[in-house]
Design a protein around this ligand. Structure first.
Ligand code: GYE
Length: 328
């Protein structure tokens, strides 16, 4: 009898304790600023990047986290330096958007030794040691590349085209979006003999380089030699549109233009018929990142390893007056 009583008592105490340990999901369990997030942004190369930085700043603010943010101006050395300074400052978590995929193991080992978790935001790294980061939040760039290829097949079918020459204006060499947008696109179109990729040059995700690339391409092949432009982001696309129009070429009609991102100016160009397809890539990743940080640092929970946002495709096959066709 005594034993049964003790057991019931123990169970009651456990129930009370677990009840107390549970925290409501939505309530911040910390005082404002007591969680410090070190964030290394890679640069300010595009409208996408600027919107992404703004998303991180406003999400950190609404979660009550202190954000130590540094911008690396497109230089990997500066990102490594920032990460080292976050380690020295003993931040609670490090978030960074790696400019390229390789070369991070040493600095991430230092973060691991210091017991500071790392969340990759937007881009991935290539490493043999998966314990060097806790989670990745960002787009599925391979899927984006595939969507671009699938659009092109649909377009070629609709036009009844028997052969199309494609030029690719790629993003920053060896970055995840560059590698995977290319791979996804090629995997979809390469078995189809109607398509030839005649050239691929990098515009580093910059509008100014998009202009330069387009100038080179027109000089090399002439407008008649190019049927399709596949550009890895809107900033480069917008630069290329300017150059085409100055040369008397009608983008969207004379040349099929496929782009990625979905910034306002590009979505407008799609509505105006100067772009044919935009594969959406959202820069609004701040909310997901901060929510993971709360789970990991504040509530000490295991967090999902990979989080991909849901993304759409907008194209000239859609009703572009639909209010969901909107840029950031
Ligand atoms: O598409 C481009 C930016 O990594 C998803 O980087 C990002 C890419 C984005 O500069 O505009």
């Amino acid at each position: 009898m005594k034993k049964v009583f003790c057991l019931i008592l123990a169970l009651m105490i456990m129930a009370i304790m677990t009840g107390c340990a549970k925290e409501p999901e939505e309530e911040p369990a910390v005082s404002p600023g007591s969680v410090v997030v070190g964030f290394s942004q890679l640069g300010a190369e595009s409208s996408w990047r600027i919107a992404n930085t703004a998303s991180m700043v406003s999400a950190a603010e609404s979660y009550g986290f202190a954000l130590m943010m540094e911008n690396a101006n497109q230089k990997q050395e500066l990102q490594i330096k920032s990460i080292r300074s976050f380690i020295a400052s003993r931040v609670d978590v490090i978030v960074f958007s790696p400019i390229v995929e390789t070369g991070w193991d040493n600095v991430l080992r230092e973060a691991k030794q210091a017991g500071i978790p790392v969340i990759l935001m937007d881009r991935m790294i290539e490493t043999t040691d998966d314990s060097l980061y806790t989670a990745y939040v960002g787009a599925d760039f391979y899927a984006e590349g595939r969507k671009a290829g699938e659009y092109l097949i649909k377009k070629a079918n609709a036009l009844g085209a028997d052969h199309l020459n494609i030029v690719e204006i790629s993003g920053t060499i060896d970055s995840t979006p560059m590698r995977d947008r290319q791979r996804g696109f090629m995997d979809v179109i390469s078995g189809d003999t109607r398509f030839t990729v005649i050239d691929s040059i990098s515009g580093d995700f910059l509008r100014s380089k998009g202009e330069e690339c387009m100038t080179d391409l027109l000089a090399r092949y002439g407008a008649d030699g190019i049927d399709v432009i596949y550009s890895h982001n809107d900033s480069m696309t917008l630069g290329a549109l300017d150059v085409m129009e100055q040369a008397g070429v009608k983008p969207g009609q004379d040349i099929i233009v496929i782009s990625v991102d979905g910034e306002k100016e590009a979505v407008q160009a799609l509505k105006d018929g100067r772009v044919n397809c935009i594969v959406q890539c959202t820069p609004a990743l701040g909310g997901s990142v901060m929510s993971l940080i709360r789970g990991l640092v504040v509530n000490q929970r295991t967090i999902p390893r990979v989080t991909h946002p849901v993304e759409a495709v907008f194209s000239d096959f859609d009703d572009l007056t639909d209010p969901s066709v909107e840029g950031f």
